[in-house]
Every structure is written in structure tokens, then in C-alpha cells.
Design a protein around this ligand. Structure first.
Ligand SMILES: Nc1ncnc2c1ncn2[C@@H]1O[C@H](COP(=O)(O)OP(=O)(O)OP(=O)(O)O)[C@@H](O)[C@H]1O
Length: 266
């Protein structure tokens, strides 16, 4: 279990995260939602121990995140970042194999190869192993990084997976595929915490939702509890109508197009 107790995070005297508390359990996917600049990525960096809260504490299975040594953490949790900077001509397979580095001493190379093949396959990259990463499209590169972080925790049944906007830049099929993989990992007993913007994907895949506003916890609960017209309006300043999706029985968030008068463009 991941327990977050009253964490705050301050940069240059400005509070970015304000008194956030929550629980996240293995077997469940928690989605973090909120407007641009609400503090979602910053919160994720505190939950995954990339950054240390200015006050408050984050514990994993009762142990403070700051007590884990870096190798132990790398074996227990993986993070898909919002952006990636790879400028060297690595092959796809070499990049995905980087996910296995924290386990290098523990396992035979064969097992690493098998895991890399499996994560390439599940990310739709079965025949991409030899290709140069730099020659892939943006969405394909994003899937390579997903395969890499999956390879990091593939054989760690109690792992925690952090995903920062994992579906940005992906087509419809791979948006669904990415979250379906995350859901399947939860079914295997892992925990997934994902920053997501598309509230309909949140409704279909998340078990719990944390809605952030200006660095504060605005609402926390199941998708049906959190995704309602009033809270969405307060947090995103967007008018919506909520229906029930007949295919999934989860909330369906319908938006109205915003109109900007052409005279405002002068
Ligand atoms: N290192 C930093 N120094 C100063 N300000 C920062 C720093 N990191 C984040 N911020 C500020 O904190 C706020 C929250 O940023 P964060 O990236 O967490 O937002 P977000 O909710 O993930 O936004 P988005 O949806 O746009 O990705 C922003 O106003 C940002 O400018």
C-alpha cells in the first residue's frame, strides 16, 4: 500500500503541492487529473520518490520512500516520464533492455531477453527490435519507452508503476492498449498511478480518481463519485454533461464546443 500523509512541496517559496493525503492499493489503478499546472506531475514525482516532500511523508508498505536505496527502488517501481530525451542511435531493443539494468545481477540474460520480447510484443513493437529509435515516429517512440518501463517491473509482482500522461501522442488503439496493459498489471497484483487528461479514459480504466486543483486535493473517490458536472466545472472551467456509457456502464463525459468570437482574435 502507498500511503501519502499531508505532503507539501515548495519551490522558491511557492507551494506547489498543498497538504495532499491519500491511499493507493495494489490491484488498483489510481488516476490523477486536473488542469494544466495543477501539480499532477509534481505530485507524481513525490509519490515515486524522485523528489522529496517539503513536509509530510510518503510510505510504501509502511516504509518511508526516503528509506529505500536507489537500486531497491528501481526494482520496485518504474516511471514513464512525460517527455524523453534520447539523441543517440540506440536500437529499440537496446532501449527496452535498459529497463532490465536494475535486475542485471539477479537474473540470467535469457530471462531479460524473454521479458524484452514480451514487452515489445504487448506494446505492438514485435518487429521493431532492430530498428533505430531515432527513425521512429513520435507515437512509436512513446511505445518504446512504455516497453522499457514495463520491462523494468515485468517480473516484480508487487511493483508500482507510475505513468505521466502515458497516452499523449498515441493513436486511439494504443491509448486503449496502454491503459488495458496497466489494468492487466493491476489484476496481477501491481499498483498503477497515472496522470491522465482524458476523463473518458479515466472513467473506463481507473479504479480511483484524485482530482487536483491548485495543488490541493479537490476530490478523491471512484470515477462515478468524482466525475460529475459540478466538480469538473470547478476544476477545469468546462461545462459538461455526464451520461452512463452503455458499453462500459462507467460515466461518459460529454463536452460542448467552446465558441470564440472572431472579433476576440483582433
Ligand atoms: N522546478 C520547478 N520550479 C518552479 N516551478 C515549478 C517547478 N516544477 C513545477 N513548477 C510549477 O508548479 C506547477 C505545477 O506543475 P506540474 O508540472 O506539476 O503541473 P501539471 O498539473 O502536471 O501540469 P500539466 O497538465 O500542464 O502537465 C506549475 O505552475 C509549474 O510551473
Amino acid at each position: 500500500m502507498l500511503e501519502v500523509k499531508e505532503i507539501c512541496y515548495e519551490v522558491n517559496g511557492r507551494k506547489i503541492i498543498k497538504n495532499v493525503s491519500l491511499f493507493a492499493k495494489r490491484g488498483q489503478m489510481l488516476a490523477i487529473v486536473g488542469a494544466n499546472g495543477a501539480g499532477k506531475s509534481t505530485l507524481l514525482s513525490l509519490l515515486n520518490a524522485e523528489n522529496k516532500p517539503s513536509s509530510g511523508v510518503v510510505t510504501l508498505d509502511g516504509r518511508s520512500m526516503s528509506d529505500f536505496d536507489p537500486l531497491e527502488l528501481a526494482q520496485k517501481r518504474a516511471t514513464l516520464a512525460q517527455s524523453h530525451h534520447v539523441n543517440l542511435a540506440f536500437s529499440v531493443e537496446e532501449i527496452v533492455m535498459m529497463g532490465r539494468y536494475p535486475h542485471e545481477k539477479q537474473q540470467a540474460r535469457e530471462q531479460d531477453q524473454r521479458i524484452v520480447s514480451e514487452t515489445l510484443r504487448i506494446c505492438g513493437l514485435k518487429d521493431f527490435g532492430e530498428r533505430s529509435y531515432l527513425q521512429l515516429s513520435g507515437g512509436e517512440q512513446q511505445r518504446v519507452h512504455l516497453a522499457r518501463v514495463l520491462a523494468q517491473i515485468w517480473d516484480q509482482p508487487e511493483a508500482v508503476l507510475f505513468l505521466d500522461e502515458p497516452v499523449a501522442g498515441l493513436d486511439m488503439r494504443y491509448q486503449q492498449q496502454t491503459l488495458a496493459i496497466a489494468k492487466a498489471l493491476c489484476k496481477k497484483g501491481m499498483m498503477v498511478i497515472a496522470v491522465l487528461h482524458d476523463l473518458n479514459l479515466v472513467a473506463d480504466y481507473a479504479d480511483r480518481v484524485l482530482m487536483l486543483k491548485d495543488g490541493r486535493r479537490w476530490k478523491y473517490g471512484t470515477p462515478i463519485e468524482v466525475l460529475n458536472t459540478l466538480d469538473i466545472y470547478h476544476v477545469f472551467d468546462v461545462e459538461t454533461e455526464i451520461k452512463i456509457n452503455p458499453k462500459t456502464l462507467s460515466p461518459l463525459v460529454l463536452t460542448k464546443p467552446i465558441k470564440i468570437n472572431h472579433s476576440e482574435l483582433n
